[in-house]
Each structure stands twice: as C-alpha cells, then as structure tokens.
Design a protein around this ligand. Structure first.
Ligand code: PBE
Length: 298
C-alpha cells in the first residue's frame, strides 16, 4: 500500500515535470519568430523625441510593420532594456541615435531604412533667442564657436554612463581638450557675471553637451542656468526668449517640424556636431539588416 502510494506520487511528479518542461518550451520556443519574441514591439524613448515620432511614422509607412507598436518610455529605461536584452542575447529593437555611448559599449547596428523615414545624416545645431548677439555678445560668441566631434561627445557620455557625474565628466573632457575649448573661446572677453540660460532635453547626448558648454561659459565668468525641458517646450522656450539658447536642436529631420514652426522666432547658429544619426538599432547577434525584413503581425 505504502509502495503503491509512492509509485503513484512518482508518476504524478514525473508527469508534472513533463508538463512544466512543455510549458517552458512553448513560451520560449526556438520555433517562435523574432517578431513573436519581440511581441511586435519597438522599445522607444520619450514621447517628445523626434526619433520616437519617426519610428511611429515607420510603422505606418512600412506595410511589413503592420500591427507593430512603438512603446514610449524614457532614454534611461530604453538603455536598461537594451543592456538586459544583450546580457541574455535576446532580441530587441530600439529607437537609437548617434552620438551615443551604446555604440562604444555594445556591438550594434542600424536597420537599413530604404524609405528614408529616419533621414540620412543629421546635425546637432545650436539655436539662440533673437537679440542674444546684441544683449550678450561674449556668450553668443562662445555659443557660435562651439563645435566638436562624435568621439568628443561620446567620451563624455561614456564617462557619465560609467558613473561620473555629468559635471565631473565635463570637467575631465575640458581638461584634456584645452585646444578645442580655446577655439570656442577665442576672442571672448570675460563675462561679467552675466547669466546665460540654456535649455536642453535629458537625452544622454544633450546632458553631455550642455554640461560641457555650461562649464566653458562658467570658466569665462558667466553664470549659467541649464534647465531640462521636454523637447517641444525647449524649442518654444528659445522662440519665446524664455531662455537664451540650446545646443540640442537636431536637424534637418529629427526636429524638422519644430524648426519649421519656430524658425522665424529664433536664430540658428549652425551645427555644433555633424554626422549625427537616428534610426532603429539592434544588437549585431540579431540576424537582420533592414526594416523591410520584419514580418507584419499575424
Ligand atoms: N534623440 C537625441 C533626440 C535628439 C537627441 C535622438 C533622442 C530626438 O530624437 O529628438
């Protein structure tokens, strides 16, 4: 009797093991397509970001993205999701951009975009309120002369990612790049405690650039107030002269709509960084090259 019970239990136990194993393999099946594993979803960032809006446009313009969703979140949450996916070699598609530390930390590539929804090459531009050149000519000169390269900004971004505070990362870069900073401040008289108001959005690239510029201005004797805003509000703040300037304007495409709306109410000082880019980005272990390869939702 006792033996029988044990035997029964044994059967029950092995049966449930089989069931558990079957359950596992059906939810984590090798047969599941990449699209199913992704749940037809693209990991996005802040709703106000140009790249997020373009990703939404892509789901409309590419027939093969029928049924796909772009999940808005934040730049930080996107970076965490990317890191976790990479740790487990899981598929993920993010809304990405260059310059960004993620390309130095991980092996990633942009998905080809044959329809050109994400544009080609972008520039990060400096925009200023009307009248700044007259009101604060020395600060204006620094803003106008500020320009650097992808490797410069990525160095600052990577330091921040690796734990430095944005202001420590900015001072370290400034210390190592005196020649570049000298170019930006060439011919500039000392600011006499004038306050310069900068607006930016808390994207990793803009945190880096704004912190560097803030310190360069402070080193020249200006007081700087840097205010993080939502993207559309940042553009509006410059247009309405509520702030003096921003180095976070992505053109021609990423913030093209905002530029069109406000271009007569502000001044475009031109690119501070060339060769920027936005698009859909995947880890290299995902065997996919183009947006067009993705399958629509069944
Ligand atoms: N970004 C970073 C911004 C511009 C800078 C690509 C996330 C955007 O998409 O609007």
């Amino acid at each position: 009797m006792a033996q029988l019970t044990l035997k029964k239990l044994g059967i029950a136990a092995s049966l449930s093991l089989v069931l558990v194993a079957a359950g596992c393999s059906s939810s984590d099946s090798k047969n599941e397509s990449v699209e199913e594993k992704l749940d037809y979803s693209i990991t996005g960032i802040e709703p106000g970001a140009g790249v997020l809006q373009k990703a939404e446009k892509a789901t409309e313009e590419y027939d093969n993205l029928n049924g796909w969703e772009v999940e808005a979140s934040s730049s930080g949450a996107m970076a965490t999701a990317l890191g976790e996916a990479i740790d487990r070699e899981k598929p993920i598609i993010i809304t990405g951009w260059t310059p960004h530390w993620m390309f130095q930390k991980y092996d990633l590539h942009y998905l080809e975009d044959p329809k050109g929804v994400f544009g080609k090459s972008e520039e990060i531009s400096t925009i200023a309120r009307k009248g700044l050149a007259k009101d604060k000519p020395e600060a204006y000169k620094i803003l106008d002369q500020f320009q650097w390269k992808t490797e410069d900004i990525e160095k600052v971004m990577l330091d921040i990612k690796d734990g430095k505070s944005p202001s420590d990362a900015a001072s370290a870069w400034i210390k190592d790049n005196k020649d570049k900073v000298d170019e930006w401040t060439k011919g500039v008289q000392k600011g006499d405690g004038d306050t310069v108001k900068l607006a930016y959005v808390e994207w990793d690239s803009e945190v880096a650039s704004t912190n560097v510029l803030k310190q360069v201005l402070e080193d020249k004797g200006f007081k700087v107030k840097a205010t993080p805003l939502d993207n559309a509000v940042m553009w509006q703040a410059v247009a309405k002269s509520e702030v003096d300037a921003s180095v976070s304007a992505w053109l021609p495409l990423t913030h093209g709509d905002l530029y069109k709306k406000y271009k007569d109410q502000l001044e475009n000082l031109g690119p501070n960084l060339e060769g920027a880019k936005i698009g859909l980005v995947v880890p290299d272990y995902m065997d996919i090259k183009s947006i067009e390869e993705l399958k629509p939702k069944k």
